[in-house]
Design a protein. Structure first.
Length: 404
């Protein structure tokens, strides 16, 4: 793809600026995601930022992931029992049972996801390599500074400001607001519990990086096509055809990526739904406990832990559903851009080609689906909020009947 239109090919300085921007922020954060998932035994791929292929299936890393999974399956029940006992002492019976279910889900989730990612390692490597190759070509040949900065800022905000800062602040406030100074063992148990929870977040980041790149590519395609609306010349039909081929490849890669991530995403959606219900119910029980003890202004700080953790969960769920929506919206927007090009074009050849492209476009499905069961979009987010509210009301009513 060698495009020479002056509005779409950045200058040398602009290209260097975009490349440096992606290299400094996006790639470092992406490497952090790969490294953490590898440490957890979930990402059996070797990442090479220099070579032509970005990801490679590695036997050593696959064996390492198998070993980590086996060790986790044997040793983690002991750690989880310690976590459960630590939490059980300070909670009502129902909250303790919800925590037990949470720990059981974590245990099964890690084993199932690690096995799934090991079995899909080769397909994941080829899909990510194709996505990264298209992104690099676009960054080198098209003027995508705005979209590139948007991608970098979104990833920076997600990984640093939300994932690390909110979870760390929630953990710190949990111990700061305790009536007694926590022992070293209690701190270790709390940190271990937080690490278990962060594994879910790291897998969310892998899922989001893939879809954010897909969305970035589609946004760049829309910008490129928009620049062709008022353009004329013999090279215009070939340019449109080549850009549309990139669009078709990008749409196919999105389907491949979701086919690999379908089971992890299904489990993640269930996890965040369950955890949001539990966190809201926990805030309610904590409030009732403080009211009985005589709630004072100084007790407000005790809510920082539960509120920040709830925000942490809610934002994860929001990102999981808003990024696929962004890709779908950008893909559907392309139809109006093609219509604008067709409206201003002259010549039977151009009209025939645009008609064929439009027909092919309309036969494609741009909704991001999970196992074909549901579309991942903002409508699902609103439905999840309504369902969470219903379950919280049921739990609160049960709590009032049991504990008053």
């Amino acid at each position: 793809m060698d495009y020479t239109h002056k509005s779409c090919v950045p200058s040398r300085d602009a290209t260097l600026s975009v490349t440096m921007n992606v290299s400094k922020w996006s790639e470092r954060l992406e490497r952090y995601v790969w490294s953490f998932l590898l440490a957890c035994g979930t990402f059996p791929l070797r990442f090479d930022a220099v070579g032509p292929g970005r990801f490679f299936a590695s036997r050593k890393r696959a064996l390492y992931c198998i070993g980590i999974t086996v060790v986790y399956a044997i040793l983690s029940p002991v750690l989880m029992y310690l976590v459960y006992e630590h939490e059980r002492k300070s909670n009502v019976y129902l909250v303790s049972m919800l925590n037990a279910a949470q720990l059981s889900f974590i245990y099964l989730f890690m084993i199932v996801v690690n096995v799934r990612m090991l079995s899909k390692a080769q397909g994941l490597a080829s899909t990510l390599n194709a996505l990264f190759a298209i992104r690099n070509t676009i960054l080198q040949q098209w003027n995508c500074r705005v979209l590139s900065r948007e991608y970098g800022k979104l990833l920076l905000c997600k990984v640093l400001a939300i994932d690390m800062a909110l979870l760390l602040f929630s953990l710190i406030m949990y111990y700061v607001t305790q009536d007694e100074v926590p022992t070293g063992a209690e701190v270790v148990v709390g940190v271990t519990f937080s690490v278990f929870r962060y594994v879910f977040t790291a897998l969310v980041n892998l899922y989001l990086v893939g879809l954010m790149i897909v969305s970035f590519i589609q946004g760049s395609i829309n910008c490129k096509l928009t620049s062709l609306v008022d353009r004329s010349g013999e090279e215009k039909p070939s340019t449109i055809r080549e850009v549309y081929m990139v669009h078709c490849e990008n749409a196919q890669l999105e389907k491949q990526f979701m086919a690999i991530m379908d089971l992890p995403v299904l489990l993640l959606n269930g996890w965040y739904f369950y955890m949001i219900v539990v966190s809201v119910y926990y805030m309610y029980t904590s409030t009732m406990l403080e009211v009985r003890r005589g709630f004072g202004v100084e007790d407000v700080t005790k809510y920082f832990n539960s509120v920040t953790f709830f925000l942490y969960l809610a934002v994860q769920l929001y990102y999981m559903m808003s990024i696929p929506s962004q890709y779908t919206e950008r893909s559907k927007k392309m139809l109006s851009i093609l219509g604008a090009i067709n409206h201003r074009s002259r010549g039977r050849r151009m009209e025939r080609m645009l008609d064929l492209i439009t027909l092919d476009y309309m036969q494609r499905d741009y909704d991001v689906r999970n196992y074909g069961l549901y579309d991942i979009n903002r409508a699902l987010l609103f439905g999840t909020i309504a369902t969470v509210t219903s379950y919280v009301i049921i739990l609160v009513q049960f709590h009032m009947q049991q504990y008053g």
